[in-house]
Design a protein around this ligand. Structure first.
Ligand SMILES: [Zn+2]
Length: 210
């Protein structure tokens, strides 16, 4: 499987390992590694995940499954709209600073409900949910992605979903001195992607600069 310990880890090779797992998933050839009771016992004492993921809470995007990974492989934070709030930022700082993770993937997806909600200024949301949607809305407003009247609504939403992954990644790094320092020092790579709900494919959108 080529899973390696995180110390001195090469983010490029970890990303390649995850892309290979994702390819197996796409082809229907997942091997479900590291899912045995022996693995459970092995990682019980300490965790050494090879990467961290900030994904959406959407039930159709189970991160471990789509990268064909198992117990102890991925440090996963999920929130509606893959939003980088304090809890998510702090959790990912822990992964980088204490677990030695050198790769964070920020994964958005097609027809994301949080992104869709950002377009609807008339909806009444509970206070906490309004914060989540408000953050997505602010990110999209900053890129003027909410007022595109020249394209079809589906196209506008899809563009916003892709942008939201990139903007969440940028927001994550910009909100954390620790993560910014690690990116600048070359110890951390933050990659962004867009998950296609219909095909299971991931469009890789690029790395985040610090
Ligand atoms: Zn979503």
């Amino acid at each position: 499987m080529g899973f390696s310990a995180p110390s001195g880890v090469d983010a490029a090779s970890v990303l390649e390992t995850l892309k290979q797992g994702h390819q197996r998933f796409l082809e229907g050839h997942s091997i479900h590694p590291h899912s045995s009771l022996a693995r459970l016992t092995e990682v019980a004492a300490a965790q050494h995940p090879i990467a961290a993921v900030l994904g959406c809470a959407d039930s159709r995007i189970p991160v471990e499954l789509l990268f064909d990974t198992g117990l102890g492989d991925l440090f996963v934070v999920r929130s509606a709209g893959n939003t980088a709030f304090t809890a998510a930022i702090g959790s990912l700082e822990f992964a980088v600073d204490h677990l030695g993770v050198g790769l964070i993937i920020v994964l958005g997806h097609a027809r994301c409900g949080a992104v869709k909600a950002a377009f609807d200024f008339s909806s009444h949301l509970s206070p906490c949910l309004a914060q989540v949607v408000g953050q997505v809305r602010m990110q999209l407003l900053s890129e003027q992605l909410l007022n595109d009247s020249t394209n079809e609504p589906d196209v506008v939403l899809d563009r916003a979903c892709r942008a939201n992954a990139l903007l969440s990644g940028q927001n994550l790094v910009n909100s954390s001195v620790l993560l910014t320092d690690h990116v600048r020092q070359g110890n951390l790579r933050v990659e962004t992607g867009y998950y296609n709900l219909d095909t299971g494919e991931i469009d890789w959108l690029g790395a985040v600069d610090a």
